[in-house]
Design a binder for this molecule. Structure first.
Ligand code: AMP
Ligand code: ZN
Length: 480
């Protein structure tokens, strides 16, 4: 196979400048990326998982472009209140009280559930999963360093004065005094946007998680952990900081303010801040507080392979809103099946292109799309067109493997059988379905349509949708 042509510069959309910028690493040849991770008080919903599919696609792209990637995803097990600003209860404490379990058990359970989704979605393991509670002493040191110049104490703890840094809220395009009306007032706060660095445990109460500090026994504010862990693991400044678009409004501006204070500069901490847009679901099932919400496991229970959801994410640009629907997910699953079939047929062809020549335009086109702020929708189309080109012969397989390094759809390994997941509610076995379908085919061949229809009705009653005209050759599908 020929060497890849010289690659295009990688252009990424920086939320700080709201512009496309060329990626220029802080350390030559390296890419250091920090992604705000889950608060492990509940199962992640599929919207949350879109944020990690995006971060993973970014990481895969950086690796593809030849950078040595160091990726950190944090696990928030302390400090995140029910509101991103300083209102409400600690999410972890609240869930632990509701479930009458220790916070540590809650954190372990939901961290493992999150990791299971990460694995099912083929999200690569980052170099570090940084756990917030492992860094509390460092957070206290960080707070001590900024306390005198940038903070003030209230009964509730230590607060950051957002007027002490340059251009607070620039990332959100919000000013200290306005645009923050939804932040609940805390008695004595100097500015609405000021936020807790340390939350003191109220007198007479004990929290499950608390530490001693110069500002009393208590727990760190949520934003502190990301400033501390990103610097500890990636240095200051590092390359790219990611998160969902909601973080552009409060969490990341606050991280930036802390970083400016701690470094005594105007540096935000990361050269590029990137945010994925939301997955939306109109009926509100995505809210973790709703009874049955949209978890990855629900998709699997209904018979959808998790990688169909990954493909659904990749079909949209990460900065576009993506609306979830079961029809959309079904269409993504069909597309995935077509890809898997394309791979299967490319595997059967061996010698149409004995020298393994790859026209330059294929790799160039692919690189151009992916280098244009992770243009996965167009890059996917290039891969499909490539797969359909029989003149490329078996070289299609190696090209596909190369391209799938970005998509992470496991296309070389996935089989048709993998993609046919039994919905949990189904009672009929695959053998029974196949046997009934064989009998039905025989009946149809004998023009015995009465028997054929009867078999079809029986299958329908058992939740099996028989797909006579299925162009993909998938004969049946279990209804969810
Ligand atoms: P949380 O566990 O609430 O801190 O959220 C984890 C990640 O998911 C964060 O990066 C959020 O910005 C992101 N996120 C939350 N809801 C959605 C959504 N509906 N679509 C995409 N990303 C989301
Ligand atoms: Zn964060």
């Amino acid at each position: 196979m020929t060497e890849a042509p010289a690659s295009q510069p990688l252009m990424l959309f920086n939320s700080l400048t709201r512009q496309l910028e060329e990626f220029r690493p802080v350390h030559p040849g390296e890419a250091r990326v920090y992604s705000c991770g889950p608060t492990v008080y509940n199962y992640p919903h599929i919207g949350n998982m879109r944020a990690y599919v995006f971060a993973d696609t970014l990481g895969r792209t950086l690796s593809f472009k030849g950078y040595k990637l160091t990726h950190v995803i944090n696990i928030t097990d302390v400090g995140h209140l029910t509101d991103d600003a300083d209102a409400g209860e600690d999410k972890m404490e609240k869930m632990a009280a509701e479930k009458a379990q220790s916070i540590w058990d809650i954190a372990r359970h939901y961290t493992e559930a999150y990791w299971a989704d990460v694995k099912a979605l083929n999200i690569r393991q980052p170099a570090h999963w940084s756990i917030a509670t492992d860094y509390v002493p460092q957070m206290i040191e960080f707070a001590k360093a900024i306390a005198d110049k940038h903070c003030y104490e209230l009964d509730g703890g230590l607060y950051f004065d957002t007027s002490t840094v340059t251009d607070y809220g620039a990332l959100a395009r919000a000013k200290t005094e306005d645009g923050e009306g939804r932040i609940e007032e805390v008695e004595g706060k100097r500015h609405a946007a000021d936020f807790a660095i340390w939350r003191k445990t109220p007198a007479g109460e004990t929290r499950q998680m608390e530490w001693d500090s110069p500002w009393g026994r208590g727990a760190p504010g949520w934003h502190l952990e990301c400033s501390v862990m990103s610097e500890a693991l990636l240095g200051f400044p590092f390359d790219i900081h990611t998160g969902g678009i909601d973080h552009r409004e409060i969490h990341h501006p606050n991280e930036i303010a802390q970083n400016q204070a701690h470094s005594c500069t105007d540096a935000s901490g990361a050269r590029i801040w990137m945010h994925n847009n939301f997955l939306i679901e109109r009926s509100g099932k995505m809210s973790k507080s709703a009874g049955e919400f949209l978890r990855l496991q629900l998709l699997i229970d209904k018979g959808y392979h998790p990688l169909a959801y990954r493909l659904m994410c990749l079909q949209a640009h990460y900065r576009s809103e993506l609306e979830f629907s079961w029809e959309g997910l079904g269409a993504a699953l069909t597309r995935l099946k077509r890809l898997v079939m394309g791979v299967a047929s490319a595997r059967q062809v061996t010698d149409k292109n004995p020298h393994g020549n790859v026209p330059d335009d294929i790799r160039e086109g692919f690189d151009r799309e992916i280098s244009n702020d992770l243009g996965t929708p167009a890059a996917l189309a290039i891969m499909e067109v490539m797969l359909g080109r029989s003149d490329l012969g078996s070289v299609r397989l190696s090209l596909l493997e190369e391209m799938d390094q970005i998509f992470g759809l496991d296309l070389v390994k996935l089989t048709r059988t993998d993609l046919r997941i039994r919905p949990r509610a189904a009672t009929i076995t695959e053998e029974e379905i196949e046997a009934a379908l064989t009998r039905r085919k025989e009946a149809r061949a004998a023009k015995d349509f009465a028997t054929s229809d009867k078999l079809r009705d029986e299958l329908t009653a058992a939740g099996v949708e028989v797909m006579d005209g299925d162009p993909l050759g998938w004969d049946w599908r279990l209804e969810a």
